[in-house]
Write a protein that binds this ligand. Structure first.
Ligand SMILES: Cc1ncc(COP(=O)(O)O)c(C=O)c1O
Length: 491
């Protein structure tokens, strides 16, 4: 059943609260200062409570069901991390406080910097960027500052594989570089020969996602980073997929100069809903001086002396501040708690388990859903929403999955695979859940042949059925009122 909006339910004169009786003489305001119709809906308290509660019960999240959204990584957020982030000492401090009064908070940030540095094999870390894409922009600005300092202003090109996440070329353009797209080879790797051919003194660097967006390890990553270094370029590592590597592979050792972490993907901080994110950036010695500041430094003392003293410092050639205050502190606390809870061995186990779960699904599904690069994958894999004997599309399969109680995987990404379905189960899912997901996909494949309309008109069990996505994009309705205003038409 469709839930009407609060405006639809509004009844003139109805209110949600009774104001207490006046204890001062009433005074009337001039009529031209009164707002007679503020355009807000008029409702009772119970109307509002029921409306929002009903809507909340229609939400689908990782706490209601399996959410295998490849590349976006919908990890379960442990309740312990949530409870820790809400402790008064973390939640009730203010970024304007004198650092001397928040030494413990700075200690959390310092240790997180150190752990991220260690996990990636880097020299230094800044916790400032507010998301993965923001980390990309930050790293690229550092690369630009490095080349400019060396009088190498002609280095304006960034090489990016055709399978890359859309934020990579977007961040590149924002940082003032141009993008040179490099094709993938027939095993899903970046094409080594094409990289070699592109390397010259106009190249500022390369952006590599590792494992790449097909969920595959680049088989010649060291050759690629060497080619780029040899021509004077630097290597940006898109570390969004570190959840497959933490405790197993350290990207800096493969030649990566600067990399962001997505805390939500690797360290289970909350994702989505437009809330604050965090994309710390780690740099090798070559770029460490350019990191955004302030970062947290420490004056260590001996065991017998006073406690360590933490302070905010700016790296010597810092590109400056990229975020207000110290980054999104509550996310940093959650990541700190997550790393602390798991320890080095636990992080490694999580990565291995995520990889195992994703390979289990690939092998179970590959005879029904073609896997274009059918080799051992990491934490996610890409298959195709094509069923032999049917014309249904990836979108139809995804919509039908909703009827089976599963969130669809990522659709139509990466762009190098037609009808792509990108599946990432994460490490928290049990074998029973994975088997139930496989069963649903196999039943949907049978339906695709026997009764394709069932898929093409899905979902049937969701509160809202199939949307006309083209119309929704072209005829934007951005607000509820006033009804007389025309919708915006995009042609
Ligand atoms: C490979 C890759 N790079 C970059 C990003 C951008 O990260 P964010 O969404 O935190 O900006 C993502 C998003 O999850 C991603 O999957």
């Amino acid at each position: 059943m469709t839930e009407p909006t609060l405006y639809d339910k509004s009844v003139a004169g109805r209110t949600a609260v009774d104001l207490p009786a006046l204890d001062v003489p009433p005074a009337s305001l001039p009529d031209d200062m009164l707002r007679h119709d503020n355009g807000l809906p008029e409702l009772s308290q119970v109307d509002v409570v029921r409306h929002y509660l009903r809507l909340s019960q229609r939400n689908f999240g990782v706490e209601t069901g399996f959410y295998p959204l490849g590349s976006c990584t919908m990890k379960y957020n442990p309740k312990t991390s949530e409870a820790i982030a809400r402790l008064d000492g973390f939640a009730h401090t203010h970024p304007f406080q004198d650092p001397e009064t928040v030494q413990a908070n700075l200690a959390v940030m310092y240790r997180l910097q150190e752990w991220l540095r260690e996990i990636g094999g880097f020299d230094s870390v800044s916790l400032q960027p507010a998301a993965g894409a923001h980390g990309e922009l930050t790293g690229l600005l550092m690369i630009r500052a490095y080349h400019l300092d060396r009088g190498d202003g002609q280095r304006r090109k960034i090489l990016i594989p055709d399978s890359a996440h859309g934020t990579n070329p977007a961040s590149t353009s924002m940082a003032g570089f141009s993008v040179l797209q490099i094709p993938s080879d027939d095993r899903g790797n970046i094409d080594l020969q094409a990289v070699g051919a592109a390397c010259d003194e106009s190249v500022a660097g390369i952006m590599l996602t590792y494992p790449n967006t097909l969920g595959l390890l680049e088989e010649q990553i060291e050759e690629v980073t060497q080619l780029v270094h040899r021509c004077g370029g630097l290597v940006y590592g898109d570390g969004a997929n570190m959840n497959a590597l933490a405790g197993v592979i350290r990207p800096a050792e493969l030649g990566v100069d600067v990399m962001h972490f997505n805390l939500h993907k690797t360290f289970s901080t909350p994702h989505g809903g437009g809330g604050p994110g965090s994309g710390p950036v780690a740099a090798s010695a070559t770029l460490a001086d350019y990191l955004p500041g302030p970062v947290v430094g420490v004056d260590s003392t001996s065991d017998a002396g006073p406690p360590d003293h933490y302070r905010l410092v700016n790296p010597p050639s810092s590109i400056g501040r990229v975020c207000t205050f110290h980054g999104n502190f509550a996310m940093l606390v959650r990541a700190y708690a997550y790393i602390r809870m798991h320890g080095a061995d636990g992080l490694r186990q999580n990565a291995l388990h995520a990889v195992l779960n994703a390979n289990y699904l690939r092998v179970k599904l590959r005879s029904t859903y073609p896997v274009p690069f059918d080799r051992i994958n990491m934490h996610e894999f890409v298959c195709q929403g094509r069923i032999e004997g049917s014309n249904v599309r990836a979108l139809d399969i995804s919509k039908r999955l909703i009827d089976y109680g599963f969130h669809p995987p990522t659709n139509y990404f990466p762009l190098t695979v037609s009808e792509a379905l990108m599946i990432e189960p994460t490490e928290t899912e049990s074998r029973e859940t994975l088997d139930a997901f496989v069963d649903a996909l196999l039943r949907i494949a049978a339906e695709a042949v026997e009764n394709p309309v069932l898929l093409e008109s899905a979902p049937h069990k969701a509160p809202i059925g199939r949307l006309d996505e083209v119309r929704a994009a072209r005829r934007l309705v951005l607000h509820q009122r006033p009804a007389t205003e025309p919708a915006i038409e995009l042609e």
